[in-house]
Design a protein around this ligand. Structure first.
Ligand SMILES: Nc1nc2c(ncn2[C@@H]2O[C@H](COP(=O)(O)OP(=O)(O)OP(=O)(O)O)[C@@H](O)[C@H]2O)c(=O)[nH]1
Length: 919
C-alpha cells in the first residue's frame, strides 16, 4: 500500500484553519441546508482524506436516509438517497449519541473501537477533557462494515434541539487513524452543521408559516366575501381539502336555533352512505366530535361575543391573521376522543390538539371497524376531524379525508425480516420497496392549518348565525317561534302579487281563542304561555307546506292559505283546525306531576282573495270581522266573510270606539223607575237603569245594544261601578232632601259578579256616599246565579252580611233549580216581564206567576213583577198576592229630576195617577 506523505505540520494547521473558515463562511452565506451539508461532507472527506463521508438523517419513523455524500471516485459505492432501517443503529447506541455526544471510531481489522464521550452523562454539560474508552467491536458490526467494504469508520452524531437529528459517517476502505486535533476540527464542523440545521429549520418554519398564512388569508377572504353563505362554505371546504392535501372532505353545520336545518357540504371522495343518513349525525361521529348540546339563542350570542375576543396565538398564526380583535384562551371545546393519535403531540400546544381528531388508519382502528364500514369500499384511509365548537357548544365539524398512497423506499440492501435468524445484510445494493395502504401522515403543519381553518369557519358560521337570529327575532314571535305580523304581511303581499298574476285564490283566516283570559286568570300566565305554544304546534300541523301561520298578538293567530281553489277548501281547513283543537291539551305540573286537561276552543273568520279584498289590510280586516261574527254566533265555529258582516262589524267598531270614551265624557246617566206596592200604590223602591247619551252617535243608545258590548270588552266593570256609586249617591240625596228612605235597586253584570273585590267595592261606595246598606238592593239575574251555585251563595252571603238587599231578576227564565233557591240568601224575586206580558191571554203564564208568588212567599221572599203596562195585568197581580210591581202603567224610567219630583209628589200625598186601581 502506498502511503501518502503527510504535509508539514504548519501547512496542516493552515489547512485546518482554512477548512473551518470555509465552512463557517458557507454556513453564514447560505441558508440552504442541502448546500451546507454537501459542502461539509466534501470538506471533511478531503480534510480527513477518507474514501466516503455521508450525512445520514433520521426520519420520523426512526429509519434514516443518506442525504449528503462525498466519495473518492470509484473507491466505494454511493449510498446517496438510500434508506437505512432503524434497526441498523441499536437503541443503546442512539441513546449514547444523545446522552454524551459519543463519537465512535471502528477499526474492522483490529476489531477495536474507540468511544469518545464529549458530554457528562449526568448533567449533559461538555467535559473539559474528552472521555476516551476502547472496546472490542461487536462481530455483527464488523460483518456489517465488511459487507459495506469498509475497514475504518468514524461516526459523529448531529444533534438538533437535544434530539438525534442524524449522523456524520466517514468510511475508509483501509484502516485509518485520526489525530486528536483532526477529531476536534471535525467535531467543530459538525457543531456548525447543527447551527445550520437550526437556522434552516427556522427558515423552513417561517416559509411554511408564510405559506399557511397565505392559504388562511385566502379562506378568510372567502368566508367574508359578500356571496351567499352556501356557496362560500362549499368553496371553503374545497379550498381546505386542497391545502390539506385531502382526497375529499365534508363540512357539517348543525341546525340553527332559528329552525334552519343542518347543512352538509361534500367534496371529493366520500364514504358510501345511504342517501338519508348523515355521517355526522351517527352515534360514532357524535362520539368523535363530542356530544355537545346545540346552541340556544342566548348562548350563541354570548359565545360569539366571547370567541370574538379570544386570541389564537396557539394556532401558530399571528393574532392579526386569525382575528383582528381577540384574547388569549380560545378553546375549541371538544375533549380528546379515543381515536386521537397524533404524530408528535408534545410539540403542539395541548390546548389545540385536544380539539381535533385524527384517525391515522381506519383499518388499524379495530373498534371502528364495524362502524367505519362506510369507508371500507373507498380509498379513504385517514381522517382528520376538526369540531367547530367553543365552550362545549358544537356547531358542526369539518372532516378531511386522505386516501391511501403508494410509498416507495429505496433501501440500502434488502432486510431479512426473519428475526429468528437475524444477520446483518450481506449487500447494501439499492433495493426498492413499494408499500400501499397508508395515507400521507398528518404533520404538525397540517394540524395547525386545520385548526386555523376550523377557527375561521366557527367564527364565520357564528357570525352568520347571530345575524340570522337578529333577523329572525325581528320577524318572529319570541314565545311561539311563529312568524309575527310583519312577516305575515310580507308573505301575504307576495302571495297576493302571485295570485293576481296567475288568477288564483288565497284565504286569510283570523283565529282568536275563546275565553283565553279565563285560562290565564285561573291557571296563571305561565300556563297560558304553554298553551299558546301547544296551540301553535297544532295549527302548524293542520297546514300544508306552503301555508303560513303567524301569531298576530295575544291569543290571536293569522293563517295564510296560499293555494286554494274555492272557499270550501278554506272552510275545510278551518274545520280541521277546530277539530284539532277539540282534543284536550294535557299539561303536567312541574312539581306535582299532576296532569291537567285543558279544553281550548277558537273562533275563526275567513276572507278569500280576491273576492273579499285584494290587499293585505282589507283581507285582514274582513277576516277579523268574520271572526267577530263567529264569536257572536256562540264561539267555537268559523265564519266566511260576507259584506253584511262587514257592515255589522263596522257598526260595532264605531260603537265600541265611542263606548271607550263615554265614561270619561260623562255620557252615561241613570234613569229611575219606581217600584209600587200593589196594596197601597205607594212607591216602595226605585230601580236605577243605565242610559247612554252619546254625543257622537247623536242621542240615546239602547242598552240592548251597548250593554253586551260593554260586557264583551270588559268596560262593564268601570261602568258598573259608576252606576253603583251614582245610584247610591242619588238615594242618599233623596234621604238628605227629607224624603222617606227607600231601597234603590242596581243591576249587577256577570263580570261584576265574578269580581273578587265586589263586596269591598260596594262597601267602599256605601261609605263614600253615606248610604245605609239596607237601602241598596242588588239585582242579579237568574242566569248569573246558576253559573256556579256555590260561588253565588258565597258572594250573596257576603253582601247579605253587609245588610244589602238582594233581588233575583228575570226570575222564571233561567231554569234555576228551585231546590237551590232556598239556599240563596235573597230577599226578593222579580217576575220576568215575559210572563207578565201575556198573562191575560196565556193561562200558562198566569199559572207560572201564581206559582212564583206562592214559591216566593213560601220562602219568605217578596215578589215583584216587572213590565206591568195595563190594568188587567195589575189586577191579576194584585189578586195573585204579588207584593209589588214596576212598569209603564205607573211610570216609565225617569230622569233623576223627574223621579225626584214624582217622589216628592207622592210624599206630599198628591199622587193621584192610577189611584183607582189600588183602591
Ligand atoms: N299567557 C299569555 N296571555 C296573553 C298573552 N298575550 C295576551 N294574553 C292574554 O290573552 C287574553 C286575550 O283575551 P281576549 O281575546 O280579549 O279575551 P278572551 O278571554 O279570549 O275572550 P274571547 O276572545 O272574547 O273569547 C288577555 O287576557 C291577555 O292578557 C301572552 O303572551 N301570554
Amino acid at each position: 500500500m502506498v502511503r501518502r506523505k503527510s504535509p508539514p505540520s504548519n501547512l496542516k494547521t493552515l489547512n485546518r484553519e482554512n477548512l473551518l473558515n470555509r465552512i463557517t463562511t458557507r454556513i453564514r452565506q447560505s441558508l440552504e441546508l442541502q448546500e451546507i451539508l454537501d459542502t461539509t461532507a466534501r470538506e471533511i472527506r478531503s480534510f480527513l482524506e477518507m474514501d466516503r463521508v455521508k450525512i445520514y438523517r433520521f426520519l420520523p419513523d426512526g429509519n434514516g436516509e443518506v442525504i449528503a455524500e462525498s466519495l473518492v471516485n470509484g473507491a466505494l459505492p454511493s449510498l446517496l438517497g438510500l434508506c437505512f432501517p432503524a434497526s441498523d443503529i441499536p437503541a443503546h447506541a442512539r441513546e449514547m449519541f444523545v446522552k454524551v455526544r459519543q463519537r465512535v471510531i471502528v477499526d474492522v481489522v483490529s476489531g477495536q473501537k474507540t468511544l469518545h464521550q464529549l458530554d457528562n452523562p449526568a448533567t449533559g454539560d461538555s467535559l473539559a477533557i474528552e472521555d476516551v474508552r476502547y472496546a472490542p467491536v461487536d462481530p455483527c458490526h464488523i460483518e456489517y462494515l465488511t459487507a459495506m467494504g469498509v475497514s475504518s469508520s468514524l461516526v459523529v452524531p448531529i444533534l438538533h434541539h437535544n434530539q438525534l437529528w442524524g449522523l456524520l459517517a466517514c468510511h475508509h476502505r483501509t484502516p485509518k487513524t485520526h489525530s486528536e486535533t483532526d477529531l476536534k476540527i471535525v467535531q467543530l464542523l459538525v457543531d456548525q452543521v447543527s447551527i445550520a440545521i437550526a437556522q434552516a429549520d427556522l427558515l423552513a418554519r417561517t416559509r411554511q408559516q408564510a405559506e399557511d398564512e397565505a392559504k388562511i388569508n385566502q379562506i378568510s377572504y372567502l368566508l367574508h366575501a359578500p356571496i351567499e353563505s352556501t356557496e362560500i362554505r362549499q368553496t371553503v371546504l374545497e379550498e381546505a381539502v386542497k391545502v390539506l392535501e385531502g382526497c375529499g372532505g365534508r363540512l357539517y353545520i348543525t341546525a340553527d336555533p332559528t329552525g334552519k336545518p343542518a347543512q352538509i357540504y361534500t367534496c371529493g371522495s366520500q364514504p358510501s352512505l345511504e342517501a338519508s343518513r348523515v355521517l355526522e349525525e351517527t352515534a360514532l361521529w357524535q362520539g368523535i366530535i363530542g356530544s355537545v348540546p346545540p346552541l340556544s339563542d342566548s348562548q350563541a350570542f354570548v359565545n360569539y361575543a366571547n370567541a370574538s375576543r379570544l386570541s389564537h396565538e396557539d394556532s401558530g398564526f399571528p393574532r392579526s391573521l386569525l382575528f383582528p380583535d381577540v384574547a388569549d384562551d380560545f378553546d375549541l371545546g371538544v375533549p380528546v376522543g379515543p381515536y386521537c393519535s397524533l404524530t408528535n403531540p408534545n410539540t403542539l400546544h395541548h390546548h389545540l390538539i385536544s380539539h381535533l381528531h385524527i384517525i391515522k388508519d381506519i383499518e388499524s382502528e379495530p373498534q371502528l371497524k364495524s362502524a367505519l364500514a362506510v369507508f371500507q369500499d373507498t380509498h379513504i384511509r385517514s381522517l382528520l376531524i376538526v369540531p367547530l365548537s367553543y365552550q362545549q357548544q358544537c356547531i358542526g365539524c369539518i372532516s378531511i379525508f386522505r386516501s391511501e398512497i403508494e410509498t416507495e423506499t429505496l433501501w440500502a440492501g434488502r432486510q431479512d425480516c426473519d428475526r429468528r435468524n437475524y444477520r446483518p445484510r450481506a449487500s447494501f445494493e439499492a433495493w426498492r420497496e413499494t408499500i400501499r395502504g397508508q395515507a400521507k401522515p398528518w404533520t404538525e403543519d397540517d394540524i395547525r392549518l386545520a385548526v386555523a381553518i376550523g377557527i375561521h369557519l366557527y367564527m364565520a358560521v357564528m357570525q352568520k348565525r347571530v345575524e340570522e337570529m337578529i333577523r329572525h327575532q325581528a320577524s318572529h314571535d319570541l314565545l311561539t317561534g311563529l312568524p309575527n305580523r310583519i312577516l305575515f304581511c310580507d308573505r301575504l303581499t307576495l302571495s297576493l302579487a302571485r295570485i293576481q298574476r296567475y288568477g288564483q285564490k288565497l284565504a286569510v283566516i283570523f283565529l282568536d281563542l275563546d275565553a283565553f283570559k279565563t285560562i290565564n286568570d285561573t291557571l296563571g300566565h305561565a300556563e297560558g304561555d304553554r298553551l299558546l305554544k301547544s296551540v301553535s304546534l297544532r295549527l302548524k300541523n293542520c297546514l300544508g307546506p306552503d301555508d303560513l301561520v303567524a301569531r298576530w298578538g295575544g291569543d290571536e293567530f293569522t293563517i295564510l292559505l296560499s293555494a286554494i281553489s274555492s272557499s270550501e277548501d278554506a272552510a275545510r281547513i278551518a274545520q280541521k283546525i277546530l277539530n284539532s283543537l277539540s282534543t284536550p291539551f294535557q299539561f303536567e305540573e312541574d312539581q306535582t306531576h299532576q296532569v291537567t286537561s285543558l279544553h281550548v276552543k277558537a273562533s275563526l273568520g275567513i276572507a278569500i282573495a280576491p273576492y273579499d279584498g285584494e290587499d293585505v289590510d282589507t283581507l285582514l280586516k274582513n277576516a277579523d270581522a268574520a271572526m267577530y261574527r263567529a264569536k257572536q254566533q256562540g264561539r267555537n265555529n268559523y265564519q266566511l266573510y260576507t259584506s253584511a258582516i262587514g257592515t255589522k262589524v263596522l257598526e260595532r267598531l264605531v260603537l265600541e270606539n265611542n263606548l271607550y270614551k263615554a265614561l270619561d265624557s260623562h255620557e252615561f246617566l241613570l234613569h229611575y223607575q219606581p217600584q209600587i206596592n200593589l196594596e197601597n200604590g205607594q212607591i216602595v223602591g226605585m230601580e236605577a237603569l243605565l242610559r247612554w247619551q252619546s254625543q257622537d252617535l247623536g242621542g240615546l243608545v239602547s242598552p240592548l245594544q251597548f250593554i253586551p258590548l260593554a260586557e264583551e270588552t270588559g268596560l262593564i266593570s268601570p261602568i258598573g261601578e259608576w252606576v253603583l256609586r251614582t245610584a247610591c249617591a242619588q238615594n242618599r240625596a233623596w234621604q238628605l232632601a227629607g224624603l222617606p228612605p227607600l231601597p234603590i235597586a242596581v243591576n249587577l253584570s256577570a263580570r261584576q259578579f265574578q269580581n273578587k273585590n265586589l263586596a269591598s267595592t260596594i262597601h267602599q261606595i256605601l261609605k263614600e256616599t253615606g248610604l245605609d246598606s239596607q237601602y241598596l238592593e242588588i239585582e242579579i239575574t237568574e242566569s248569573i246565579a246558576i253559573q256556579d251555585m256555590n260561588f253565588t251563595i258565597e258572594v250573596l252571603h257576603h253582601l247579605r252580611n253587609q245588610n244589602i238587599q238582594i233581588a233575583m231578576d228575570d226570575f222564571g227564565t233561567g231554569y234555576s233549580s228551585l231546590g237551590a233557591l232556598k239556599h240563596l240568601p235573597i230577599n226578593k224575586l222579580k217576575i220576568d216581564r215575559v210572563f207578565v206580558r201575556d198573562l191575560v191571554r196565556d193561562s200558562n203564564d198566569a199559572a207560572i206567576i201564581r206559582a212564583i208568588v206562592a214559591l216566593g212567599h213560601g220562602l219568605n221572599l217578596k215578589v215583584i213583577a216587572e213590565g206591568v203596562e195595563n190594568l188587567e195585568q195589575l189586577q191579576f197581580l194584585k189578586a195573585a198576592k204579588c207584593d209589588a210591581m214596576q212598569g209603564y202603567l205607573f211610570s216609565k224610567p225617569l230622569s233623576a229630576e223627574a223621579a225626584t219630583r214624582l217622589y216628592q209628589c207622592q210624599y206630599a200625598g198628591r199622587l193621584t195617577q192610577n189611584s183607582v186601581a189600588f183602591s
